[in-house]
Design a binder for this molecule. Structure first.
Ligand code: NAD
Length: 494
C-alpha cells in the first residue's frame, strides 16, 4: 500500500465518490503522517446506499438464496480475510495506532467470526409445533429483519463489523455500514473482499464520514434495524431515534469492568490478567478491566506487583512487534484521559504510576497509569476512561466486592480470581454483567453471546442469539383436515 492511499465507498457494488465530491483524510496517530483518504458522505449518499440495500433485500436474490449458498459466500470471505491479513492489519495499525501483533490477532479473530456465521446460516431454521391438537400444525419461521444499518467505532474496526455483518448476512439481511471516520480502512477493504467472494451488488453498502451520516442511517425509512457499537451517549441518541420510528435497535456500548482479586487466587495469573486487561489496545477497549478490586489483606503487595509489572509494558511505535501499548487513537480521547487523571488526583486517589504523555517526536502516547486509594464514588471508579488507566480499590468481604463491582451504570463484563468454587459461583450469579470471567479475562468465542446489562447496551451479538437479533419471528398456523367448529352456532366453552 502506498501512503497515503485513496479509497472510495462501495454502494450498489460500485466504488464511488460522495455525490458532493468532498473527501477527508486520516493521519496516523503514531506517526503524524496522512495515511488514507475517503469520500465524505452526506445524507444524499446515505439515501443512495439505503435504497440500494432495500432493493437488494426486496428484489433478491440474497434473502431468497438457500442458506447453504449464503454460507459458501461467507466462508469465501473468511478465506479472503486470511489471505489479506497482513495488509488489513497494517491498515488497522496506521489508522488506529494499535500494535501490529494485536491487529494481526484482531484480523484472525474476525475471520473466525465469518467462519462461524457461515455455519450458523444453516441453523437459522425455525420451529414446528405438532402438539397443539389433531387439526392444527404450526410453524415458527425466522425471517431476515430486512435492511440493517451498522454503525461501528474506532477501537476494533474489523472485529466489530465482523461481530455484526456476517451474522446479518447469514440470515439473509442486507446492510448499510458506516465505520468510524477515524478508522474506515478495513471496513472499506472488507467491502472489496465481499465483492470478490461473490456477494451480489447492493447487499452490503459502505459509506464513509462522520457521525451525522450515522444519524441519517438510523432515521432512513428504508432501514429496518440499527446495530450500533460505540459510546453510551451516542447509543442513547441512536436508540431514541430508532424508538421514535419503531425500528429494532441492538446496542453494544461502554463498560467499567471490574476484576475481583481474592486472597486465595493464583496471584501470578491474576497479575498478568490485570496488566493485560487494562493495557490491551491501550485501554481503548469496551471490555477493559479498568477497575481492580483487591482483598484488603493482600492489597499492598498485589498493588506493588501491578505497578512493577506495569513499568515493564513496552509503549511505542505500533509497527514494532515488541510494542504492547501503541498510540492513543485521537486527540479527543487523549483529552478525555487527561481529564479523568486530573479528576482522580483532585478527588484524592494516589497516582502511583504514570499520569502523563510520553515525550515522543511524533504521535500521542500515554504512560501506563495506576491509581491506588480509589474510592467507589470517584469518577475514575465509575466512568469509562478508555485509556491505559487502572483504578485500584480494596474490599474486605465478597459481598462488599460484588457491591462495589455492581455500583456503576454499566454492566458489560466482570471477573473474579479465586480458588474457592463457592465464591466463584456466588460472584457469577450476583455480578450484573453480560459476561463473567472466572480465573480468566477477556477471552471471547464466536459461539458465546456478547453484550451488556444497563448502560452497556441492548441485545446480544454472536452465538445462536445473533439469529434472534437479525430475524423477525413469524407464526404460521395450518388447519389439518376440514374446519369443523363454527363460532356462531357452537356452544360457548365453559
Ligand atoms: P462513538 O459513539 O463516538 O462513535 C461510534 C460510531 O457512531 C462512529 O461511527 C460515529 O461516527 C458514529 N456516530 C457518532 N454520532 C452519531 C449519531 N448521532 N448517530 C449515529 N451514529 C453516530 O464511539 P467511539 O468513540 O467511536 O468508540 C468508543 C466507544 O465505543 C466506547 O464507549 C466503547 O466502550 C464503545 N465500544 C463498545 C463495544 C461493545 O461491544 N460494547 C465495543 C467497542 C467499543
Amino acid at each position: 500500500m502506498t501512503i497515503p492511499s485513496h479509497h472510495r465507498m462501495v454502494i450498489d457494488g460500485e466504488d464511488v465518490e460522495a455525490l458532493a465530491g468532498d473527501r477527508f483524510s486520516r493521519t496516523s496517530p503514531a506517526h503524524d503522517t496522512v495515511v488514507t483518504s475517503y469520500p465524505r458522505a452526506d445524507a444524499d449518499d446515505v439515501d443512495r446506499a439505503a435504497r440500494a440495500a432495500r432493493r437488494a433485500f426486496d428484489e433478491g436474490p440474497w434473502p431468497k438464496l438457500a442458506a447453504v449458498d449464503r454460507s459458501r459466500v461467507l466462508l469465501r470471505v473468511a478465506a479472503l480475510i486470511r489471505r489479506d491479513a497482513a495488509a488489513l492489519a497494517r491498515l488497522e495499525v496506521l489508522e488506529s495506532g494499535k500494535p501490529i501483533d494485536q491487529a494481526l490477532g484482531e484480523v484472525a479473530t474476525a475471520a473466525e467470526l465469518w467462519d462461524y456465521a457461515a455455519a450458523l446460516a444453516r441453523h437459522a431454521h425455525g420451529d414446528a409445533h405438532n402438539t397443539l391438537g389433531e387439526d392444527v400444525l404450526a410453524m415458527v419461521l425466522r425471517e431476515p429483519v430486512g435492511v440493517v444499518a451498522m454503525i461501528t467505532p474506532w477501537n476494533f474496526p474489523l472485529l466489530i463489523v465482523s461481530q455484526k455483518l456476517p451474522f446479518a448476512l447469514a440470515v439473509g439481511c442486507t446492510a448499510i455500514v458506516k465505520p468510524s471516520e477515524l478508522t474506515p480502512g478495513t471496513t472499506v477493504a472488507l467491502a472489496g473482499l465481499l465483492r470478490e467472494a461473490g456477494l451480489p451488488d447492493g447487499v452490503v453498502n459502505v459509506v464513509t464520514g462522520a457521525g451525522g451520516i450515522g444519524s441519517a442511517m438510523t432515521c432512513h425509512d428504508a432501514v429496518d434495524m440499527v446495530s450500533f457499537t460505540g459510546s453510551t451517549e451516542v447509543g442513547r441518541a441512536v436508540a431514541s431515534a430508532a424508538g421514535q420510528r419503531l425500528k429494532k435497535a441492538e446496542l453494544e456500548l461502554g463498560g467499567k469492568n471490574p476484576q475481583i482479586v481474592c486472597a486465595d487466587a493464583d496471584l501470578d495469573a491474576a497479575l498478568d490478567a490485570v496488566v493485560f486487561g487494562v493495557y490491551f489496545n491501550a485501554g481503548e477497549c469496551c471490555n477493559s478491566g479498568s477497575r481492580v478490586l483487591v482483598d484488603r489483606r493482600i492489597a499492598a503487595d498485589f498493588q506493588a506487583a501491578v505497578i512493577r509489572r506495569s513499568k515493564e509494558v513496552p509503549v511505542g511505535d505500533p509497527l514494532d512487534p515488541a510494542t504492547r501499548i501503541g498510540a492513543i487513537t485521537s486527540q479527543e480521547q487523549l483529552d478525555t484521559i487527561e481529564r479523568y487523571v486530573a479528576e482522580g488526583t483532585a478527588a484524592g486517589a494516589s497516582l502511583a504510576l504514570g499520569g502523563s504523555r510520553l515525550p515522543t517526536p511524533t504521535g500521542r502516547f500515554y504512560h501506563p497509569t495506576v491509581f491506588t486509594d480509589v474510592r467507589r464514588e470517584m469518577s475514575i471508579a465509575r466512568e469509562e476512561i478508555f485509556g491505559p488507566v487502572l483504578s485500584m480499590l480494596t474490599f474486605s468481604s465478597l459481598d462488599e466486592a460484588v457491591s462495589i463491582a455492581n455500583d456503576t451504570v454499566y454492566g458489560l463484563s466482570a471477573g473474579i480470581w479465586t480458588s474457592d468454587v463457592n465464591a466463584a459461583l456466588t460472584a457469577s450469579r450476583t455480578l450484573r454483567a453480560g459476561t463473567i470471567w472466572v480465573n480468566r479475562w477477556m477471552d471471547g468465542y464466536p459461539e458465546l453471546p456478547f453484550g451488556g446489562f444497563g448502560a452497556s447496551g441492548l441485545g446480544r451479538e454472536l452465538g445462536r442469539h445473533a439469529i434472534g437479533e437479525f430475524t423477525e419471528t413469524k407464526t404460521v398456523q395450518l388447519q389439518v383436515g376440514p374446519r369443523t367448529t363454527r363460532w356462531l352456532t357452537d356452544p360457548v366453552a365453559g
